[in-house]
Design a protein. Structure first.
Length: 379
């Protein structure tokens, strides 16, 4: 099984915290769609005939395109057919303000069967801090419109650690999300990336900075509340009702091959990783010439091991010594086991039948723990 990610690089306006490649303009929508069709043809063999079980339209703001435009976008072959196979998932990211009755009605003619709503917060003060273009009321209305139309495979994105969001407000955010009866919630810590408007505003003391202690407290709160509501934390930032995890993103963490289409999109085939140029004008010009513009790295055994440790420890399925042995050998498994034993003693990792998992406390230090288990030299 493999996946396809399609990057839609347009936004109405840029959120203050966002460092993904996108443009606050829609002037080049038609040339982009033409270029995307060409790239699909040029990369048809990238997945080497693997069956595609997920397609994910991300951004940017994919909901700036009408559902009718998506019907004309890709050739039919790479996309899962309606009802064509078990657990085939086609996801569309939506901004709440774009979800209207007419938009939802048009969706019925498409193959989308899962929707990821960029809610971020159910408090208008938080949304203003982030420079989001929707209101809390629009977010709730968007969920209900989709549900009324018969769609129930809906995910809500939330951000914790927003300086305008005290502990009680974060709790209220979660309570509203649970009251909407969606099967999936993603919750991410607000990260201040360099060269973003948010970093500039904080540096100029126009915005309150992010408080690490508040982020930790709110992350603990979400871990507690999701359990109380019957959700699984199947990945550090992702929570679902049993059996309702996001198939596409889970494939990323499990090392499944995927093809990325559009400017800045990444692709992975098990042995190499490549990423498209992050410039829409140059992307379109290259496609007009029938050329692919990307950078690529061939993954070394060390990189493959490090990536496996990093991604597997983040998930409910854990990091398996048996898999390390089969892919990287006994010497590497001994290195991992010896390093992991220290974190087991500290209560940050637990081990069950040769599989290592982060504890709740360990999830607070996931990147540091994985980093200390990385190989730094060639094997």
């Amino acid at each position: 099984m493999a996946g396809i990610y399609i990057h839609i690089p347009f936004c109405k306006r840029k959120c203050h915290y966002c460092n993904f490649f996108s443009l606050a303009s829609q002037k080049m929508k038609e040339p982009f769609l033409k270029a995307l069709r060409i790239e699909m043809e040029l990369t048809r063999d990238y997945l080497a005939g693997e069956d595609v079980n997920t397609v994910y339209f991300g951004g940017g703001t994919p909901s700036l395109f009408s559902p009718g435009e998506y019907l004309m976008t890709p050739p039919p072959d790479p996309l899962p057919k309606k009802g064509g196979g078990e657990r085939r998932e086609v996801t569309l990211e939506l901004n709440p303000e774009d979800v209207t009755e007419s938009y939802v009605e048009e969706l019925k003619d498409t193959r989308f069967n899962r929707f990821s709503l960029g809610v971020q917060s159910f408090a208008d003060d938080d949304l203003a801090y982030l420079n989001r273009s929707h209101s809390a009321a629009q977010a709730i209305h968007a969920v209900k419109l989709l549900q009324k139309a018969g769609y129930e495979n809906i995910s809500i994105d939330l951000i914790y650690g927003i300086p305008t969001s005290c502990g009680e407000r974060w709790k209220k955010n979660l309570e509203i999300a649970f009251s909407l009866d969606v099967p999936h919630i993603s919750a991410y810590a607000l990260t201040v990336e360099q060269r973003t408007p948010l970093a500039w505003l904080i540096n100029k003391q126009r915005y309150a900075p992010v408080n690490d202690e508040d982020q930790i407290s709110q992350f603990r709160q979400v871990m507690q509340m999701v359990r109380e509501h019957g959700f699984q934390q199947y990945e550090i930032s992702n929570f679902s009702k049993p059996g309702r995890h996001a198939v596409h993103n889970t494939n990323y963490w499990n090392g499944v091959s995927y093809l990325g289409l559009g400017p800045s999109a990444h692709s992975y085939n098990g042995n190499s990783r490549r990423w498209n140029i992050s410039n829409l004008t140059e992307y379109i010009a290259a496609m007009d010439k029938g050329e692919l513009r990307y950078e690529e790295e061939i993954l070394t055994p060390v990189q493959k091991y490090n990536e496996y440790v990093m991604t597997s420890l983040r998930t409910i399925w854990g990091c398996s010594l048996e898999k390390i042995i089969s892919h990287f050998g006994f010497r590497i498994s001994d290195f991992f086991r010896n390093g992991a034993s220290r974190f087991v003693k500290q209560g940050l990792l637990m081990e069950l039948s040769g599989v290592y998992f982060l504890t709740d406390e360990g999830k607070l230090f996931a990147d540091r723990i994985a980093g200390e288990l990385f190989l730094l030299n060639k094997v």
